[in-house]
Ligand binder design. Structure first.
Ligand SMILES: [Zn+2]
Length: 375
């Protein structure tokens, strides 16, 4: 049982993650100072480090790279709450909040409108965001043997539980498959993201999208945490346990965001994870007087990865994120299927019926900033 909060040690302050200074067989709390704010006060990243008694890989989890994407925080807290360092092989590092300035301000961006996840790997002598990105990687991330970066949908949108991963990379694909999300989107990460920068360093990395911004979404957190534990068991960090297979993920080889071509009040009809036939009605746009001024249809057959729940849109507003499932006969899919069979699981393809989703968090009229959907 955990001791009362007053008995727990205060976090140690450091300016980098030096694992060799952290004794094995303990969970350490750190404040890693990456930079200072405009009054000279330190910007501390809260970091948990579980040092297993036995050697093994260094597994990193990062939360809140976007400051209003919070579901990764309780996921890391719950993971560490159940870790037994006497039995753990290797080290688990949980960066509970990467974008501390953004989190404090309840916003996505770091400072000055800069998206930290488009600035990687940063520059040692660059601007605020570039220095932050550089130090994050140089002082923390490059210690990892593999990385799971925890995100959510952006403000005004809802997502399925989905993963972006380069499925051509075997170790990365294995992590993605083990996480058993609703959807896996093949995406090689060439876009200056944390995942891409880590991959460039040879660190297998995936991005997990867990529910919606600025809230804790317990169903998704629980499901993603189960996946994280399955990954740890697969690499031998914790004891293997009986794999309880959830619904099978849909593998998408690509995806497209659909946008409006004029401004208005938008209603998007399908729910996340719905499978759409080409030509299906997906959204209507009305003017202020209630007249339907546009109807939008699925440009091809696909699965709904995410969608807008914010009705007010300028021309070019996002409507829906459509994943294009990978056909069964595709060589890429065949390779994945082999891997998946090795893990005792199987993929769902476009030609097969989708299983009933075990998570149905979406409500097409839900406001992303409102209360969570009732359980
Ligand atoms: Zn994000």
């Amino acid at each position: 049982m955990n001791p009362p909060a007053s008995d727990r040690p205060d976090p140690r302050t450091a300016d980098s993650l030096e694992l060799q200074n952290l004794p094995r067989g303990q969970i350490h709390r750190l404040h890693i100072e990456l930079m200072q704010d405009g009054l000279g006060a330190p910007v501390h990243l809260p970091v948990l480090v579980a040092r297993g008694r036995k050697p093994g890989p260094v597994f990193g989890l990062t939360a809140a790279v976007h400051g209003n994407e919070l579901n990764g925080i309780p996921l890391i807290q719950r993971l560490f709450g159940k870790l037994d360092v006497e039995k753990l092989k290797g080290t688990v590092v949980g960066v509970l909040a990467v974008n501390v300035p953004g989190l404090r301000e309840r916003r996505r961006h770091l400072v000055e409108g800069r998206d930290l996840n488009h600035l990687m790997p940063g520059r040692a002598d660059g601007n605020v965001g570039q220095v932050f990105a550089h130090r994050l990687i140089d002082r923390i991330i490059n210690r990892f043997n593999f990385l799971i970066d925890l995100h959510t949908a952006s403000f005004g949108r809802v997502n399925s539980l989905y993963i972006r991963a380069n499925m051509d990379e075997e170790a990365t694909a294995r992590i993605a498959v083990l996480m058993r999300p609703q959807i896996i989107l093949h995406n090689p990460a060439s876009d200056r993201t944390l995942r891409g920068a880590a991959m460039d360093l040879g660190i297998p990395s995936i991005t997990v999208e867990i529910g919606n911004p600025q809230r804790f979404h317990s169903d998704y957190i629980k499901k993603a945490l189960t996946g994280v534990r399955a990954v740890m068991a697969n690499v031998g960090m914790v004891a293997k346990r009986k794999l309880v297979l959830g619904a099978q993920p849909v593998l998408c080889q690509s995806s497209d965001w659909l946008y409006t071509d004029r401004g208005g009040l938008l209603e998007v009809f399908p729910k996340v994870t719905d499978q759409l036939e080409k030509g299906a009605l997906i959204a209507q746009l009305r003017n202020a007087f209630g007249d339907v001024i546009r109807e939008y249809h699925a440009p091809e057959t696909g699965v709904v990865i995410g969608k807008s729940v914010n009705p007010v849109g300028y021309t070019g507003a996002r409507i829906l994120h459509l994943g294009i499932p990978s056909p069964v006969e595709n060589a890429f899919t065949q390779k994945l299927t082999t891997q998946r069979l090795l893990l005792g699981d199987a993929l769902v393809h476009s030609s097969q019926r989708l299983p009933r989703r075990d998570l149905e968090p979406d409500n097409r009229n839900a406001d992303a900033s409102g209360p969570p959907p009732s359980a």
